[in-house]
Design a protein around this ligand. Sequence first.
Ligand code: GLN
Length: 451
Amino acid sequence: AHLDRMAAVDTDVHAFLHVNTDEALAAAADVDARRAAGDELAELAGVPIAVKDVVVTKGQVTTAASKILQGWVPPYDATLVTRLRAAGMPILGKTNLDEFAMGSSTEHSAYGPTRNPWDLGRIPGGSGGGSAAAVAAFEAPLAIGTDTGGSIRQPAAVTGTVGVKPTYGGVSRYGLIALASSLDQAGPVSRTVLDSALLHEVIGGHDPLDSTSLAGRATGYVDAARSGDLTGLRVGIVKELGGEGYQDGVRASFEHSVDLLRSAGAEVVEVSCPSFDYALAAYYLILPAEASSNLAKFDGMRFGLRVEPEDGPLTAERVMAATRGAGFGDEVKRRIILGTHALSAGYFDAYYGSAQKVRTLIQRDFAAAFSQADVLVSPTAPTTAFRFGEKLDDPMAMYLNDVATIPANLAGVPGLSLPSGLSDDGLPVGFQVLAPAREDVRLYRVGGVLE
Ligand code: GLN
C-alpha cells in the first residue's frame, strides 16, 4: 500500500531519492512467513519505514543528497539500520535531505527539493524534509531522521508530524555520515507520539561500535506515551524562545498547547535562559568547524565521485580540487570555508574557542532551568513552512529558522516536536518539548497527553 501511495504522489512530493521496492517486498514476505510459522515477532515487525539518505544501508545507494557520493553503495549497515532489519521492518527507501544535512528547507539537495504535502509551493523543512514529507504524505508510516541543529524537529513542525531528537548518545551514530560529530543524533519521525516511542525503543540503546553511545537499554518510552497524566509536572516556558521574530499564528498555537498542559494538571512557570540568544552564533561556528574536518574524507579517491582536471598534471591535490569543486554544492562549500577559517591558527581562539565557551554557558542555562522545571517548552520553529526560494539567497535568514532547536543540540539534551494545530495561514505549527539528558521519557509523557 505504501509503495502504491509513493507511486501516486512522489512525483509531486519527491520525498524519496531511492526506492527499494524488491527488497521491501521481500522483507515483508519474510515477516509474513515467520508469522505463519508461529515465530515470535517484534512489535513493529512488518511495519515499513523510510530512512534519511545520510544513514548508510548495505547494498543500497547512499548519497547524503550530494553529487560527490552519487551511486555510492555502502558495504555495511548503520547500527540503527541493523536494528530495524532485526525487528522485521521493511526499508522502503532513502529520503531526500539538504546536502550532507546542511540546511532548513531541503532546497540544498543536489537532486532537487522535496515539496511540502500541505502546499507543494512550500518547503518541507530541513535538512530532513524527505523523511517528514514521506510521513506527512502517507508514503511511509515511520521514518528515520538525523538532528544536528533541528533537522528532525523543524521538518516535523512544518509538516504536521512528530519528530524526536533523543539525548546525545541515545541512538548509535555508527553508520551516520557525520555532519558535526558532537551534535549529530538520529531519531524517529512519525504521525503520532506513540509511534515515535515504539520506534525509539527499536533503534535506541547502547552500541559498542559508537564510543559516545550511552550505557543501557532504551525502554519506558511507550509506557510514558500511554500514561496520560501530568499531575505534579512542572513545565517551563523559555522566555527567550517565542518573542520577537515568531509569527503571530505560531505564538497563538503555542499558547493553546500550553493551556492544554495546564488543564492536564501541569504547573506552568516561566524560565529564563539568557545565553540562548548566542546559541545560533556559536552553532554556526562549531558546526562548520566539525563539518570541515568530517568532510575532508571526500577527496575523490576513497568514495564516490572522481573528477580529473581538464589539463595539466594529474596530481592527487589537483584531482581532489577538481572532485570537490564539482561534487560539493554551494552551501557545503560555504560551511567548509567558514569552518577551516574558524579553526585556522590566527582565529581559533577568537571564533572556535569563544563558541565553545558559549556552549558551556548554554549547558549551564539548561541546568538552571531544569532545576525549576521538569520539561521546557517553546514553539519548534519561528514560522510555518515558507515558500521555495524565499530564503535561499540569504543564508542568515535560513539559519534563523533553527533558533529554537539549536540549544538542545549544543547541550546534548533530548527534544520532541509535535503538531500544535494550524497557524492563521492554515499551515501546521510545531510545539517543542525539551527534557534533561537521559530523561527522554518525559518527552513522551508530555507528548502523549497533547496528541
Ligand atoms: N538547519 C540546521 C543546519 O543547517 C540543522 C541541520 C541538521 O540538523 N542537520 O545546520
